[in-house]
Ligand binder design. Structure first.
Ligand code: MD3
Ligand code: FE
Length: 229
């Protein structure tokens, strides 16, 4: 049989159930309480409709993802406080280095908080300039039904459960797959007092400024962000 020219969108998805121990999950929750103290959860607005997301968000790292009437983008400051995002917890930087072979650290850690009734519609993550970089997702708290499809909205989807401590690495074709969270399953975790769920995603936003090929380091051309298309 002939090799397909493009790999199926499931390719490059690595699911690592129970990657974080309960003890590590608890340490992470304590660190996230500090993050939200400095960078409070906000309710992003959909640029098209002006509707609020049911998921509340914050970020840590040099850049954070925001959405308002002006559109989706990454920016260096919290939209309400105007202050820089707090740093990404070191244990997450270590996990990125362990789970990916990407040469640079993540630039953004998006923190999604799901109250028990929150959900996230099917979407693609394409606000990053570098799709060759993986995305690493950590689930904490209540179990959710996660859905992932192909690289077109109409492609068939499959769903699986993400439980507290699970990690998903999205690389290759899966990086541009449509995905979403159908629902949160009540009473599935004692990690968070209110029965909610937290998902963390580590992301690269900009293209690397240096290329590392077979030991050689060469400067790439830098395209100013926000110029052009
Ligand atoms: C597949 N978060 O923040 S995590 C998001 O559970 C997002 O909060 C979901 O979708 C959540 O954008 C899903 C798993 C995930 C994260 C990023 C992906 C799957 C992905 C990027 C590309 C393809
Ligand atoms: Fe996403």
């Amino acid at each position: 049989m002939a090799m397909p020219l493009t790999p199926p969108p499931g390719t490059g998805l690595r699911f690592i159930p129970g990657f974080l121990s309960r003890e590590t999950q608890e340490r992470l929750i304590a660190l996230l309480r500090e993050v939200v103290r400095h960078a409070p959860l906000f309710s992003p607005v959909m640029p098209g409709t002006g509707k609020l997301f049911s998921v509340r968000m914050t970020n840590c790292g040099p850049l954070g993802w925001v959405s308002d009437a002006g559109g989706y983008r990454y920016q260096a400051a919290h939209p309400q406080t105007g202050r820089p995002w707090p740093p990404i917890p070191e244990m997450l930087l270590h996990a990125w280095a362990e789970l990916t072979d990407y040469p640079d650290p993540p630039q953004a850690c998006l923190v999604n908080y799901y109250a028990p009734a929150a959900r996230m519609g099917l979407h693609q993550d394409r606000d990053e300039a570098d799709f060759t970089a993986p995305v690493v997702s950590f689930s904490l708290g209540a179990t959710c039904r996660f859905r992932i499809g192909g690289t077109t909205r109409g492609a068939p989807t499959r769903s699986f459960l993400l439980t507290s401590g699970d990690v998903v690495v999205l690389a290759g074709a899966s990086r541009l797959a449509f995905h979403g969270v159908d629902r949160i399953l009540a009473g599935t975790s004692t990690l968070l007092p209110d029965g909610g769920r937290i998902n963390l995603t580590l992301r690269r936003v900009d293209r690397p400024t240096t290329q590392r090929r077979e030991g050689a380091i060469t400067q790439t051309t830098t395209t100013p962000r926000g110029v052009g298309s």
